[in-house]
Design a protein around this ligand. Sequence first.
Ligand SMILES: CC(=O)SCCNC(=O)CCNC(=O)[C@H](O)C(C)(C)COP(=O)(O)OP(=O)(O)OC[C@H]1O[C@@H](n2cnc3c(N)ncnc32)[C@H](O)[C@@H]1OP(=O)(O)O
Ligand SMILES: CC(C)C(=O)C(=O)O
Length: 571
Amino acid sequence: MTSQHIPARWNPQQPSGMPHHRYRSAFDRITVPEVDRTWPRNRITQAPLWVPVDLRDGNQALAEPMDPARKRRFYEMMLSIGYKEIEVGYPSASQTDFDFVRLLAEADLVPDDVTVAVFTPARRDLIERTFESIAGLDRVVVHMYTPTAPLWRDAVLRTGRDDLRELIRKAGEDVLRRGGDRPGIRYEFSPEVFNLTEPDFAIEICNMMIDLWDASADRPVIINLPATVEAATPNVYADQIEHLSGNLDRRDDVILSVHPHNDRGTGVACAELAVLAGAQRVEGCLFGNGERTGNVDLITLALNLYSQGVDPMIDLSDIDSVRDTVVHCNRIGVHERHPYVGEYVYTAFSGTHQDAIRKGFQRHALGARESGVPESQARWEVPYLPIDPHDVGRDYEAVIRVNSQSGKGGIAYLMQTEHGLDLPRGLQAEFAQVVQRHTDETGAEADAATLWKLFSAAYLENPDPSIALTGWSVSHGPSGDRLTATLAVGGEATTHEVTAEGAVSALVQVLEEHDRTVDIVNLVQQSIEAGRSARAATYLEYRTAEGTAWAVGIDVSVIASSLRAVIAAAG
Ligand SMILES: CC(=O)SCCNC(=O)CCNC(=O)[C@H](O)C(C)(C)COP(=O)(O)OP(=O)(O)OC[C@H]1O[C@@H](n2cnc3c(N)ncnc32)[C@H](O)[C@@H]1OP(=O)(O)O
Ligand SMILES: CC(C)C(=O)C(=O)O
């Protein structure tokens, strides 16, 4: 089957001129197994066994491998968030790796419910060294690998299938001889570059190892199927996993594992589809460090499950501290857009998104109140936010940030959350234009402090110094409020006494005596902070020659705030 045809009349795109003919489709490089696939109908309802390989696969990809202190810090962080099987190194590769495994053994740093894995090629001298490193450790997975794909057989190992099978068998026997019946030692085999290996050869080799290492319920063998270099769309990988899973001997005594890399940027998709296809265990790195474009990102996988209501079995409630440790140890940053953890991933700059998030928050708070549960426990359904940032230790501060792409909703959200002002809708629209002018002129983000400056300049600082209310008092009587007001107009102060329905109407009458008309359309009052130190805000909409405009007064006293708003409107 070919991909969908696009009629030429709809398609103005031109040939790129790049030498794409140099590359072959995955379908020409591998035999994709014929599989009566079931994986598209499956669902993931449980977290797989997670195995971080940062201290081995991640570490081997660093320009400057981790020093002992970094390795230890990384290891302890992984323990603290709940990983129970951790690949701790390639002990035959370097003295640092060897010594780290010795440190774990000698300083008794492996908790009773944790298993460490060590990695070795299929070479006797290196297998020996690997076993030396794990002396005294109670629970260890010895993980042996050999490339099996045709290109690696031809170009790297320079061997055929038969010789390679023999090499693997002999090395497997070496592993068995050293591990023997030592309780707590388990075995793992990886046909490296499984995804480009002929299906029949992969099955043959894996079954050989299952048999050789005598997989049983008490001592399951781990068969790990790496997409060492991603080469096809994730559905192909899933077919390969389902096919191999269905052809494994002693399937119930085998833990089927996957180890996707991310060369095509689809490592996460490969892992997820592989789990649908029967994988029970996933090897990867935190935030996706690793060779070239990295290993599959275990944090994204875990939080993808979380966002579907499945417990990831890893505690990511303080994701920033996990990230900080990883960044420190790897000396590589985590991108601002990285799923779940990047600086911007819970942030909306754009107007309609901000509007939706603000309304979503209001709806969420209401839903929580109605169902009598705290907001942190209520069902999460907020537009544009796949999970509640609070759940991973993020605050709401950065959820909405204002720039020239923003609208009134986002600005109103920040004015409310950061400054306690619940602006009426009309004022939101008017103030948004003030902000828009500023962000267009500067091209920069307007943070909460900037918004306050703009708001104060537009509404709180009296624009017309020629008019001021220099003194006033109000007493309430049977016929309404009696206002005694001293008004300075053009530098000349006069005192007035007026009784009206309220102090606002009284001041409007005083102003009329000075030919300053304030035609009030709408007046909204709001308490800014609860408790004794509460301040009041008065938002006043008044008629102008062009339509209506808004004035604002803020004061500790409600009456003072309303009189301030009236004077602002008269200015
Ligand atoms: C996909 C992966 O992540 S695989 C893991 C890759 N990680 C690493 O390589 C990090 C640690 N590696 C090392 O420190 C070194 O490469 C060592 C210690 C393993 C070996 O070092 P050296 O003996 O100097 O060999 P070198 O690295 O040059 O070449 C590898 C040799 O092993 C062979 N080889 C490669 N993989 C394997 C394997 N899994 N099993 C057996 N032999 C292998 C190669 O064909 C080559 O053999 P040759 O010398 O006969 O041509
Ligand atoms: C051999 C394995 C597990 C590996 O690291 C890979 O293929 O990337």
